[in-house]
Design a binder for this molecule. Structure first.
Ligand code: EPU
Length: 325
């Protein structure tokens, strides 16, 4: 038996992480936050889940590239964390490098002479909306209440109020997991409901956005207020990950779950919201096991009642839903 075959896989993996940390740490400036075993739950809107093996907030393109290349070389998984909505972090955490573009380097909002706007992937949608309103740029109002940033909204093609992110995109700047930069026009990208194929293989660093029209800030604000009112009336306030299931073609997951009598149904502290049935809310101390248990229950009941398989919209971070359902 060779010496290597006696070493358990877990030790090999741990050795790869230690080597990664030792290799990459000297390449980073103090402006980049870099930590091992950082708890992720508090960084999410659902507020559940364990630690990231390594967590970093790169402060520049160069440092982001160092992190990606060092992980890629060792075959270590990389996961992006946006504003922490639309995902459930497993209780055991993730054996990966989790990257967040929270540093101010990624927050840019720069109107161009041609009327388009260059934005960074870390810019929050709420700030994008506020800045666009001030600049008299219409078309971003539907994004206001989505608890995400530009990068996450591109990755998920986030949507609300009849619009979705790629409606306002002209091009996206992205970096592959191997560290290669490129710019892609929207027409070359494969985008669908809550899906952008290219951003499964790469990270969005920023985008050029195309406003629908120019308008006075007061007019734009009026539209935002209409959407805000609708959202406040129809969506819960408690911690959640947003809508938990995608809408099946031609119908609403919320309505199906509601009609199956599931509002208020609980597993542990995870509960089907009484306000909108496609939201699972955290009533205090929910775990990701509670949420997964409730997702299973909802799927089984809707399948029984209507013969429809609901597909989760939120990501189970670092895992595939099909492996746990
Ligand atoms: N409905 C019920 N019971 C419920 C919830 C909804 O009967 O508990 C009915 C409503 O009365 C309405 C229909 O279902 O007739 C659709 O409801 P809603 O207008 O709330 O829209 P939705 O399809 O449930 C979608 C997006 C939301 C987005 C809203 C508003 C999905 C999965 N959801 O919800 O996006 O905010 O439209 O535009 O596409 C998200 O993606 O995380 C999300 C929250």
């Amino acid at each position: 038996m060779s010496a290597i075959s006696k070493i358990p896989d877990l030790d090999l993996r741990e050795a790869a992480w230690n080597e990664f940390v030792a290799a990459v740490r000297p390449l980073l400036t103090p402006a980049t936050r870099f930590a091992e075993r950082e708890m992720l739950g508090p960084k999410t809107t659902m507020r559940v889940g364990g630690p990231a093996r390594v967590y970093a907030e790169p402060a520049s393109v160069g440092e982001l590239r160092h992190l990606l290349v060092a992980a890629h070389r060792r075959g270590l998984p990389v996961l992006m964390l946006g504003r922490g909505s639309n995902l459930v972090i497993p209780d055991a955490g993730v054996d990966g490098l989790v990257l967040s573009l929270a540093h101010e380097h990624w927050q840019k909002f720069e109107p161009q002479p041609d009327g388009r706007i260059c934005v960074g992937a870390g810019l929050r949608l709420k700030n994008l909306c506020g800045l666009a309103t001030k600049a008299g740029c219409k078309g971003f109002e539907f994004l206001e209440g989505i608890p995400g940033n530009v990068g996450g909204a591109l990755r998920m093609n986030a949507g609300a109020m009849g619009g979705w992110m790629f409606d306002v995109v002209a091009e996206v700047e992205l970096m592959s997991f191997a560290g290669e930069l490129r710019v892609m026009p929207k027409a070359a990208m494969h985008v669908d409901y809550r899906h952008c194929a290219e951003l499964h293989e790469a990270i969005a660093l920023g985008a050029v956005l195309q406003p629908a029209a120019s308008a006075g800030p007061t007019d734009i604000r009026r539209q935002i207020d209409v959407y805000q009112k609708k959202r406040v009336e129809s969506q819960p306030r408690e911690p959640s990950a947003g809508c938990i299931f995608k809408n099946p073609p031609g119908t609403s997951a919320g309505r199906l779950i509601d009609e199956a009598g599931l509002k208020g149904e609980r597993v542990g502290d995870a509960e089907v919201s009484a306000v909108h049935a496609n939201f699972i809310v955290n009533r205090g101390h929910a775990t990701s096991a509670d949420i997964i248990g409730l997702v299973r229950k909802i799927r089984a009941r809707v399948k029984d009642a209507r013969g429809i398989d609901l597909e989760p919209e939120v990501l189970l971070y670092g895992q595939e839903w099909r492996d746990v359902l």
